[in-house]
Design a protein around this ligand. Structure first.
Ligand SMILES: Nc1nc2c(c(=O)[nH]1)N[C@H]1C(S)=C(S)[C@@H](COP(=O)(O)OP(=O)(O)OC[C@H]3O[C@@H](n4cnc5c(=O)[nH]c(N)nc54)[C@H](O)[C@@H]3O)O[C@H]1N2
Ligand SMILES: Nc1nc2c(c(=O)[nH]1)N[C@H]1C(S)=C(S)[C@@H](COP(=O)(O)OP(=O)(O)OC[C@H]3O[C@@H](n4cnc5c(=O)[nH]c(N)nc54)[C@H](O)[C@@H]3O)O[C@H]1N2
Ligand code: SF4
Ligand SMILES: [Mo]
Length: 752
């Protein structure tokens, strides 16, 4: 029988898990591809475990990489002492071994060449030649335009090494998709409301919650590890789950209330919830009185935002809006209004996040058990190195006064600044790219292509021949996370911890760790003082000793816990607390927003609707893949080789589409998917929308498994709704229709 426990069980195959589509990955069944005697049985006792933390996604779970006597990596398992994973990895983390064994990996440095006939190709180069070339371009750009004109696109750990190199060189012109294309609006909204960030892992106290409200967050498909485990525990403990999603998500299947909202109308629903809490007088009066600013203005603002008003917008019935609001109030303060993570949807996302933050405050669901806890991270001592030079301009100056609440570089602005016809005051002339596959993660492909064509030089550091490498002049093959030392993980949690990543095997082929690559380039630029070590383990050992431990100790434990220094996890009863906002209070009315000319309290504004015969394209995650980075991983490809497009049966009838039939998608601007995608006819999606898992439709033939499998949602995202508050790229305002015949000939026209 299907039990709730099995629903989101991680790293263990079970009938229940399979029944709801959550195929777990059995470590014994791991394919260690291409290795001799790969099936040879081996016991844990015969192997050596090396500590690591996972790089398959950014939850960074700590684990152990097991290596057999022949030096072969056999499996990765979770570290029991790690609060990010509690000893269990998700299917992707378990399958991470496939990143190491992938035979399509980048094997040597590559340099772009041109044949006499103009055709370009990559030539294998030595490390010396590749590094010399990057360093000489960095020198040239610095002399001609200043170091600031060398931009950096980064993500994850490899990106952090590149950031160190660029800061030492004099550039802080950097941006990562994880801000403007992901959680940026959340940062700006929660900071202006609570004076604090949500952070990662999110400080959601799901373990002890009595009511979890998911507005779009599709936990269970979004496999952020400990969060999934805690949700499973909360369900077992009888917590109410309320899911707001136009799609019947995995989480919706385990919810007491599923609100199949009309997409793009969430602000109206949240404001109506706020209305009910205030006008039924069921909000948390103690919290509001003691800690908040602007309650009377809020009360007046939501006066007419009744559930009846919201019904006309959201299609959610008034009695359901009232019932769910009362349910939250009844469970408060042990309520988690999950702030979401990928929140760039419609361009008014900071306002939607503000509405969620305000709802949180009215429930007093902050700093209390079962709501949002007060997280803490270990502060890693700075290795003795000189301060970075002060750049004359940074990513902030690219915004030219727009997006005042952006806290990190905005990817689309960095692209525009790379294109001379946009006439930016500060122009970007070259790029370093690491750990991000921009062609599949940036909306508006044309903008990306024009920017890549405009810059004078591009170097890409990656582990795989992903699409982004095709734009490079120099390709730097990085060793995978299982083959290298890296920065210590010091991410926040309930208890502060550090985790170590160390090599479990020598880098395959000629790949090298990012720390080595950046040191080599740095030294060629005369930046020796910033790379004052022979091996990165020296930096780690120094830092760990400052923290009262050592590399030696960490090699044995992998993770080390430190006592909290900021006080308890929760706020005491009636405790005074100064919030880091202008008023020192939780700002229901945002003084920053008012000063900057944005709505100080969120207002619902309608968004464009799909034209006739078009459907809104929405997208999300699958449990066994991370973005576009795992589609070629043989372990995970085995579980899910391609995506499908979810179509409501009514729509399928209208179009005479059958389950499994292949179609091409075409969007409102005439863009057509390069590859066809299979139709999945299902009641689980509203009739006005279609749904796809992001990360498929790879077009680089060097990805022997992923190439041509499924379609890329990115190709359909030509319209971007920019968030005026912080520059987020709203991507869900695109509409698609179906083409049943291969449109290859039409497409030439479209792409021209
Ligand atoms: N259409 C659409 N676009 C989206 C999203 C979406 O859902 N739909 N999601 C958005 C979100 S939430 C985010 S966070 C971003 C993520 O976007 P990206 O940051 O671009 O993430 P990935 O697609 O995983 O690309 C990671 C790249 O890093 C490489 N890589 C993996 N491991 C290593 C390593 O150890 N070293 C190096 N050097 N490289 C490595 C991979 O091969 C790959 O090329 O995308 C955003 N863009
Ligand atoms: N397995 C796996 N897990 C991952 C990742 C991964 O690549 N793979 N990536 C990680 C990263 S970086 C991120 S940012 C997160 C993203 O994951 P989340 O932050 O949880 O999800 P979103 O991408 O915001 O939302 C996807 C859901 O929103 C619903 N949706 C679409 N439109 C609307 C709407 O208008 N209103 C509402 N209420 N819902 C809507 C979709 O149906 C879908 O269920 O996942 C993380 N976890
Ligand atoms: S959630 Fe999964 S993929 Fe992400 S870090 Fe943890 S084990 Fe790795
Ligand atoms: Mo993200």
């Amino acid at each position: 029988m299907k039990t709730r426990r099995q629903f989101i069980k991680i790293s263990a195959a079970g009938a229940g898990a399979a029944a709801i589509g959550l195929h777990a990955l059995d470590v014994k069944a791991l394919n260690i591809f291409g290795e001799k005697d790969a099936d040879e049985p081996v016991s844990d006792e015969e192997m050596t475990p090396y500590p690591t933390y996972c790089e398959v996604c950014f939850w960074k779970c700590a684990g152990w990489t097991y290596v057999d006597k022949k030096g072969r990596i056999r499996k990765i398992i979770g570290n029991k002492n790690d609060p990010h994973c509690h000893g269990r990895l998700c299917p992707r983390g378990t399958g991470g071994v496939g990143m190491y064994y992938d035979e399509d990996r980048l094997k040597y440095p590559l340099i772009r060449e041109k044949k006499a006939n103009g055709k370009e190709y990559f030539r294998r180069a030595s490390w010396d030649e590749a590094l010399d070339r990057v360093a000489s371009e960095m020198k040239r750009i610095k002399e001609k335009y200043g170091p600031e004109a060398f931009g950096l696109f980064n993500h994850g750990n490899p990106g952090a090494h590149l950031e160190h190199l660029m800061r030492a060189y004099g550039s802080e012109t950097n941006a990562e998709p994880a801000f403007a294309n992901c959680r940026g609006p959340r940062s700006s909204a929660y900071f202006s409301t609570f004076g604090a960030y949500i952070g990662s892992p999110e400080c959601t106290d799901i373990r002890d919650t009595k009511c979890l409200v998911l507005i779009g967050s599709h936990i269970g498909e979004n496999m952020h590890n400990s969060q999934v485990q805690e949700m499973s525990a909360a369900i077992d403990n009888g917590a109410t789950i309320i899911t707001v999603d136009p799609r019947f998500s995995t989480a919706a299947g385990h919810s007491k209330y599923w609100l199949p909202i009309k997409p793009a109308t969430d602000i109206a629903l949240i404001m109506a919830w706020i209305h009910v809490l205030i006008y039924e007088d069921i909000y948390n009066k103690d919290f509001v009185k003691k800690y908040t600013f602007g309650f009377d203005l809020l009360k007046e603002h939501v006066k007419n935002m009744t559930p009846e008003w919201a019904y006309g917008i959201t299609t959610i019935k008034p009695e359901i809006i009232r019932k769910t609001a009362r349910e939250m109030a009844g469970k408060a303060p042990a309520v988690v209004i999950h702030p979401g993570r990928h929140v760039v949807w419609y361009g008014d996302d900071t306002q939607r996040e503000r509405a969620m933050a305000i709802l949180t405050a009215l429930l007093g669901a902050w700093g209390k058990r079962g709501s949002l806890y007060l997280p803490e991270a270990v502060s890693i001592p700075k290795y003795p190195q000189p301060d970075y030079p002060e750049p004359e301009w940074t990513w902030k100056d690219l915004n030219e006064g727009k997006f005042p609440l952006a806290t990190m570089g905005i990817t689309t602005e960095l692209l525009k600044a790379s294109i001379p016809r946009y006439n930016y005051k500060h122009q970007v002339k070259a790029w370093l790219v690491g750990g991000t596959n921009l062609p599949l993660s940036m909306p508006d492909k044309k903008l990306f292509k024009e920017a890549a064509d405009s810059v004078e030089f591009i170097a890409v550091m990656d582990t795989m021949p992903m699409e982004v490498t095709g734009y490079a002049d120099v390709v730097l093959p990085e060793a995978t996370y299982l083959e290298r030392y890296d920065f210590l993980r010091a991410a926040q949690n309930r208890v502060p911890t550090v985790a170590l990543r160390m090599p479990a095997a020598k880098p395959k082929y000629e790949s090298k760790p990012a720390w080595w690559i950046t040191k080599q380039i740095g030294e060629r630029l005369g930046l020796h003082e910033y790379f004052n070590y022979d091996d990165f383990s020296e930096v780690l050992d120094w830092q760990l000793k400052q923290l009262g431990t050592s590399l030696e100790e960490m090699k044995k434990t992998g993770v080390k816990e430190f006592p909290r220094q900021s006080g308890p996890l929760y706020l005491g009863e009636g405790e005074d607390f100064e919030f880091n906002t202008n008023t020192g209070k939780v700002e229901l009315y945002s003084t920053d927003f008012a000063d900057l000319g944005f709505d100080p309290i969120p207002v619902y504004k309608p968004h464009p609707e799909p034209p006739e015969n078009y459907y809104r394209l929405i997208y999300g995650r699958a449990p066994m893949h991370t973005f576009s980075r795992t589609s070629n991983n043989h372990n995970l490809w085995d579980l899910m080789p391609e995506n499908s497009v979810w179509v409501n049966p009514k729509v399928a009838d209208l179009w005479e589409l059958k389950n499994g039939q292949k179609v091409w998608l075409k969007n409102q601007d005439g863009a057509v998917t390069k590859f066809p995608v299979k139709v999945r006819v299902t009641e689980r999606i509203r009739w006005d929308s279609v749904y796809m898992v992001h990360g498929f439709g790879h077009s680089d033939k060097k990805l022997s498994r992923a190439f041509g499998h499924g379609a890329s949602d990115e190709e359909m995202i030509t319209k971007v709704s920019i968030d005026p508050v912080m520059g987020g790229t709203g991507m869900r305002g695109n509409f698609v229709t179906f083409l049943k015949e291969n449109p290859a000939q039409d497409r030439k026209e479209v792409e021209a």
